[in-house]
Design a protein around this ligand. Structure first.
Ligand code: SF4
Length: 194
């Protein structure tokens, strides 16, 4: 039952063009993947250009890095978690530099009901918060250094903040931050495989 409802929801998400109608995006191709039985859900920021072309989340370089992190936490390709994001369409390149544009608060607000409905149907036991926007949404505003490597139980769900696996982030160039990531992956291994 939940599986059928989730499939219907994912069809509605993939058909969404709210940001195009509002003038925020020239084109929309929402991407999301996962099953109602997934106990771990990933919440990223927004898909990139590769995901826009492929029509699936974490299909590009950030997906390679993410899969490597998950493998270190004991989660293999056959057991990939549910993959969602704060906004589900490629927001375009950052006009001021490298990487992708960060979705605006208005776009985040437009997309938020989709994520809420996914959470209601999947009811994940573990939520992996990838990057600033996901951490802000579920954990609260905190520097990455104060959030990564920690966990919190909230409404029956374990929240685990992590950096974003996108190559645009220089956060992991710092050895101290890499230690925090290892700590986060140990938490993922413990909580996701329990
Ligand atoms: S980002 Fe979200 S609200 Fe905007 S068009 Fe894509 S799915 Fe719809």
């Amino acid at each position: 039952m939940r599986g059928t409802e989730l499939e219907q929801l994912q069809r509605r998400i993939r058909a969404c063009r709210k940001c195009v109608r509002a003038g925020y995006l020239p084109a929309a191709r929402p991407v999301v993947a996962g099953k109602a039985t997934d106990r771990v859900m990933i919440v990223g920021q927004a898909p990139g250009a590769v995901e826009f072309e492929a029509g699936t989340p974490f299909a590009g370089r950030s997906g390679v890095v993410l899969r490597e992190w998950l493998a270190r936490a004991g989660i293999d390709e056959a057991h990939l978690p549910y993959r969602s994001a704060i906004t589900k369409c490629f927001p375009g390149k950052n006009p001021r530099g490298e990487g992708d544009r960060r979705p605006s608060p208005a776009e985040i607000a437009l997309c938020a009901p989709w994520l809420e409905q996914e959470l209601d149907l999947v009811r994940p036991r573990v939520l992996l918060l990838l990057g600033r926007l996901a951490i802000d949404r579920f954990w609260g505003s905190a520097p990455l250094r104060e959030a990564v490597g920690r966990m919190r139980r909230q409404n029956g769900c374990v929240l685990i903040p992590m950096p974003h696996p996108s190559g645009a982030s220089r956060w992991l160039n710092d050895a101290t931050n890499r230690v925090l990531l290892e700590r986060a992956l140990r938490i993922v291994r413990r909580e996701a495989l329990m």
